[in-house]
Design a protein around this ligand. Structure first.
Ligand code: AMP
Length: 405
């Protein structure tokens, strides 16, 4: 279980400055926020700290400005949204230096209950160069000095797999480093699933590429009872077994790896379940003619799992007590090829007494688009971070927090 200090372990916060790394990396178009999930997800941590009388300094990155103060990647709209949600004015300085003179002066005058949001941390190129550039060390020091080198809380799971100045660098210069509620929740659900699952434990992997998930497959084979592989990545396995896959997605340099994984599954007694039929098309389009094949002819491309595969996958999910799902079963963005993903979604959502965790950007958007988000136990907010977690890697953003005494 989580052995890291959390905000519940922080005491005597009255009048203390707390620097909080949030994940406000939200989609913004023409200054208008398109989705508030991440902002709402940060509120429990912010409110808890405010209730304790802390003075808050919030920071986050937004997009990839690569060291340029691009106005379209300013956090100004987030400050406005936060003000509305918190019912108090969130202070904000349009500061290309992020920690410039005006910001520093404002940080000094904060009173209990005040909230200051810093500008996009990636307006400074050093942000992503921690450990690689001396100037990044300076930037980390500057950020930490805003809270008088006191208390730092990291609540940005989405960047936990990266060691940047604003999540890892600052911890070297702050007295106490804790994780926030959002981060704690992610680690609890993903960690419990992978480290201490109630069995049977079934993992479902899909999406486009085997190579993106090489280490996830290998690590999960050491933990699960059943591994279901669908989506574009299944064709590399099918081809390696000698099946015809037409012009479906395939990574020819991963055929041996696929066979190694099948061998590993057999040796460990893990059921490895692959599609047995496919919905294919001749063109990559929603309106293309659809046909179901077990062996896909040369000029057809597998776009979704077929009806027999759906039945097989759903049967393999029956009775599961822990499910981790990463990656769609087909090209779900096209309605006509979303059936496999939809049926698997229904099967996972309908499980009784199961902990169901969905991680990774595309499976999360699939589950949300298909309307099953509130029927899952946990939807991870971090695509890359949740994948690295499933690979069994230690996330630098989590490792940097203080151990619980
Ligand atoms: P990933 O980022 O690896 O999880 O991949 C997600 C993408 O995989 C989605 O955009 C899907 O459209 C795509 N995908 C899933 N199945 C297939 C398939 N059979 N052929 C092509 N793309 C696919």
């Amino acid at each position: 279980m989580l052995n890291k200090k959390t905000i519940d372990d922080l005491k005597n916060l009255k009048d203390q400055k707390v620097l909080v790394r949030c994940d406000f990396n939200v989609p913004i178009q023409n200054g208008v926020i398109q989705n508030y999930n991440r902002i709402d997800g940060a509120l429990p941590t912010i409110k808890k700290l405010l209730d304790q009388g802390a003075k808050l300094i919030l920071c986050s990155h937004l997009g990839k400005p690569k060291g340029e103060a691009l106005p379209e990647l300013s956090l100004a709209p987030v400050a406005k949204a936060l003000s509305e949600r918190l019912g108090r004015k969130v202070l904000f300085v349009s500061d290309p230096q992020v920690t410039g003179a005006e910001t520093r002066a404002l940080a000094k005058t904060l009173k209990a209950g005040d909230v200051l949001l810093l500008e996009n941390t990636r307006y400074r190129a050093e942000e992503t160069k921690y450990g690689k550039d001396e100037r990044a060390e300076e930037y980390a020091k500057e950020l930490a000095s805003l809270c008088d080198n006191g208390i730092f809380v990291d609540d940005a799971f989405g960047t936990a797999h990266r060691a940047h100045c604003s999540n890892v660098g600052v911890t070297k210069y702050c007295r106490e480093n804790a994780v926030g509620y959002l981060m704690e929740k992610e680690i609890r659900f993903l960690g419990q699933a992978v480290e201490n699952p109630v069995r049977p434990f079934v993992a479902i992997l899909g999406g486009a590429k085997v190579s993106d998930k090489l280490n996830v497959i290998s690590n999960l084979l050491e933990k699960v009872d059943t591994l279901i592989i669908g989506g574009g990545m299944a064709y590399t396995f099918k081809k390696a077994e000698g099946h015809r896959i037409g012009k479906s997605l395939c990574e020819d340099d991963k055929l041996d790896y696929a066979l190694d994984m099948e061998k590993k599954a057999k040796e460990r007694g893990v059921k490895l379940i692959l599609p047995i039929d496919n919905v294919a098309a001749k063109e990559f389009s929603n309106d293309a003619e659809r046909r179901v094949f077990e062996e896909i002819p040369d000029d057809w491309e597998g776009m979704d799992i077929g009806p027999k595969s759906i039945a097989r996958f759903c049967a393999a999910l029956e009775g599961a007590r822990t499910v981790v799902w990463n990656g769609p079963m087909g090209v779900f963005e096209f309605e006509n090829f979303a059936v496999g993903t939809l049926e698997v979604c229904k099967a996972v959502a309908g499980l009784k007494d199961a902990t169901t965790v969905v991680g990774g950007g595309d499976s999360v958007s699939a589950v949300k688009r298909l309307g099953f988000a509130d029927q899952m136990t946990h939807i991870s907010t971090g695509g890359g971070a949740s994948l690295e977690f499933l690979e069994g890697k230690e996330l630098p953003g989590v490792a940097a927090a203080d151990d619980r005494q």
